[in-house]
Write a protein that binds this ligand. Structure first.
Ligand code: PMP
Length: 439
């Protein structure tokens, strides 16, 4: 028996020993096309020579210097790179080791910002149902997924949840996008009024919802409306781009496509593309200036902040994406994948919705397409699809609890940005077999 405390203590996992472009290889030599980048992480595939060389160089030069004593060249260069490409208003970067740490750090930064401004009563967070912001206790309290939360209630921080923008299920047939956005805006306004605007610290949302709703984008105008409401009430907007950011949707930051910027933007996964663990919070000038002019010290920290090898890996990843024009490939292959998914599944009795942006796509599975009735959660349909796909050499990311956290299944696709049309065909072919065998 394995002495690793695996997440599933009953499953057995193949042993991954190698990578070849978008494929992972197990100890038996079996190849798996990584159609989900793990969890939307491996955007350069598994054997990028330039990134491997950058990591090797850095680890051999100076792997780690504690951030209370030193800055490092890779950290400074990565911050410059990111800020030069960031949405307006963002002017610094706080580096951490992953997505949950990025969310925790953003929440504490928002809190300290209001304390420094003499408004300590502003500490309530508004998030959305069907959202995921991480698994550490503060981030878990923030996320709205009932299944992930249920065993750990009561959770630590002061959070309430409003509706996500979930047009396929919630937008009425007669409702225009504008009407739908107005309705969700009204809900947020009423929610803020009930709490008292002067108690609310931040509104947090994923521009394209990832793990809990299968690549769910908002309708046009939604984020602009939410941003405007937050600004009117002095509430910070935190965008969680941990999964959808760093080129995944076809633009470096997903919020570029929404025409909004934010006070804090959390990034991780695609930043280091799995070559090293790294995450970050992109911080507005106002927040940095406020904390600098106040105590001058962010009362938070982790051992691996700005880890030099992680920053060197992320810098190499981001340069590769830019120098090789890979975002154009994300858009082209994303469009092709959507087209092929529609061709394969549009008439399928159990594929209700196909959605997403760039190479961040989701399929929502239903008992029947008209009623949109989900499958019984006890069937664990999403998990069966994952298992059949793995048998057949395809990795796709399964999630139950699409609707209320407990009912509803979807499959998330987030392949590496380097795929070509032959990989698109392989994904659709193997996914089709896995779905047909599972339902
Ligand atoms: N936020 C979002 C939107 C995520 O998708 C995730 C991870 N799936 C996290 C936060 C947490 O990231 P990590 O697993 O790196 O802690």
């Amino acid at each position: 028996m394995s002495h690793v405390f695996h997440r599933s203590l009953t499953a057995s996992y193949p042993v991954a020993i190698g990578g070849d472009g978008p494929y992972l290889i197990d100890a038996d030599g079996k190849r798996y096309l990584d159609a989900c980048g793990g969890a939307a992480v491996s955007c350069l595939g598994h054997s990028d020579a330039a990134v491997i060389a950058a990591v090797q160089r850095q680890v051999a030069t100076m792997a780690y210097a504690h951030s209370s004593f030193f800055t490092t060249e890779p950290m400074e260069q990565l911050a410059d790179f990111l800020v030069a490409r960031a949405p307006a208003g963002i002017d610094s970067v706080y580096f951490v080791s992953g997505g949950s740490e990025a969310v925790e750090s953003a929440l504490k930064m928002a809190r300290q910002y209001f304390v420094e401004r003499g408004q300590p009563q502003r500490r309530h967070v508004i998030a959305r149902r069907q959202s995921y912001h991480g698994n550490t206790l503060g981030a878990l309290a923030t996320g709205g997924n009932a299944w992930r939360r249920q065993q750990f209630e009561p959770l630590l921080i002061d959070v309430t949840h409003v509706s996500p923008c979930y047009a396929w299920r919630d937008q009425a047939a007669h409702e225009t996008d504008g009407d739908y956005v107005a309705r969700l805006g009204q809900e947020l306004e009423e929610h803020i009024a009930a709490l008292g605007a002067d108690k609310v610290m931040a509104f947090i949302a994923e521009p394209v919802v990832g793990a809990t709703a299968g690549a769910l984008p908002a309708v046009a105008g939604y984020f602009q409306r939410m941003r405007a409401i937050c600004q009117r009430h002095g509430i910070l907007l935190i965008l969680d781009e941990v999964m959808c950011g760093m080129g995944r949707t076809g633009s470096l930051f997903a919020c570029e496509q929404e025409g909004v910027t934010a006070d804090l933007i959390c990034i991780a996964k695609g930043l280091g593309a799995g070559y090293q663990p790294i995450g970050a919070v992109m911080v507005s000038q106002d927040i940095r200036d406020t904390i600098r002019a106040g105590t001058g010290f962010f009362q938070h920290g982790h051992t691996y902040i700005g880890h030099a090898t992680a920053c060197a890996a992320a810098l190499a990843v981001q340069r590769q994406i830019e120098e090789r024009g890979l975002l154009a490939n994300v858009r082209a292959m994303g469009a092709l994948l959507q087209e092929r998914l529609h061709a394969r599944f549009d008439g399928h009795a159990h594929v209700g919705d196909i959605r997403g942006r760039g190479l961040f796509l989701g399929l929502e599975l239903v008992q029947d397409r008209t009623s949109k009735q989900p499958f019984d959660p006890a069937r664990r349909l999403h998990a069966r699809i994952k298992a059949y796909a793995m048998q057949n050499g395809l990795m796709c990311y399964p999630m139950g609890g699409t609707i209320d956290g407990l009912h509803g299944d979807h499959i998330l696709l987030a392949p590496p940005y380097i795929i070509d049309a032959s990989h698109v065909d392989e994904i659709v072919d193997k996914l089709g077999t896995a779905i047909d065998t599972s339902v």
